[in-house]
Write a protein that binds this ligand. Structure first.
Ligand code: HEC
Length: 184
């Protein structure tokens, strides 16, 4: 290799390093809003939707349906979602997200980490009732943080309590979900 090329490579190498160091300051999952919409909400929904029940009228007859994960793969997905929620709780505590928000922020994020650990245990034990119950605990943590740190901008007609509800359709954005429920 020619000397100039080596020097060039070395220079590029240290540029890359500098870029890495800088990246620590950059929120790894986008703004808090992006992280919530793209990571936290969909991951929580995998857990929330894993166990449930519904009654509906079929030919005027009430039909009650219950569901829960079946088999290794489905339980594995629920467990992975719980584990991911715990990681997201940790990431919320990093300076990129917690800077300037005070101790409560850390406490709520840690609350998410702890609820997620219970969620993981429930999935590991393949205990549908525990999954359902811990789902409620998780929702309580989400809501508590949103009341303390309400979003600056909410779509029209949305309140903090609408945020972080399990949505029937995972692909829906918050605005679409609220529009749909309002239309009912
Ligand atoms: C440590 C605090 C904290 C916790 C815990 C938390 N959130 Fe949030 N969340 C926020 C903040 C802050 C916003 C507003 C971000 C903004 O608009 O700037 C937000 C906004 C949202 C939004 C709206 C995103 C959008 O599209 O505008 C959703 C959805 C959401 N959170 C879901 C959840 C769910 C689900 C959980 C629990 C599993 C959760 N959040 C836990 C702080 C938190």
């Amino acid at each position: 290799m020619k000397t100039e090329n080596r020097i060039l490579l070395a220079a590029l190498g240290s540029l890359a390093l500098a870029a890495c160091n800088q990246a620590e300051e950059v929120p790894p999952l986008g703004t808090a809003q992006q992280m919530m919409a793209q990571e936290v909400q969909p991951t929580a929904e995998i857990f929330w939707n894993a166990v449930g029940s519904r009654s509906e009228l079929v030919d005027d007859e009430p039909v009650f349906t219950e569901w829960q994960p079946e088999g290794d793969a489905e339980w594995g997905d629920v467990r992975a979602a719980a584990a991911r929620l715990g990681e997201l709780g940790e990431i919320l505590q990093t300076p990129a997200y917690s800077e300037g928000r005070g101790d409560d922020w850390i406490a709520y994020s840690q609350g998410l980490v702890e609820a997620a650990a219970q969620a993981e245990q429930a999935a590991e034990a393949r205990d549908p009732e525990a999954v359902f119950e811990v789902g409620g605990t998780i929702y309580a943590v989400c809501s508590a943080c949103h009341r303390m740190y309400p979003p600056e901008q909410l779509p029209e007609g949305v309140t903090v309590d609408d945020i972080a509800q399990p949505r029937p359709n995972e692909d829906m954005t918050l605005g679409e979900y609220v529009e749909e429920t309002d239309a009912e």
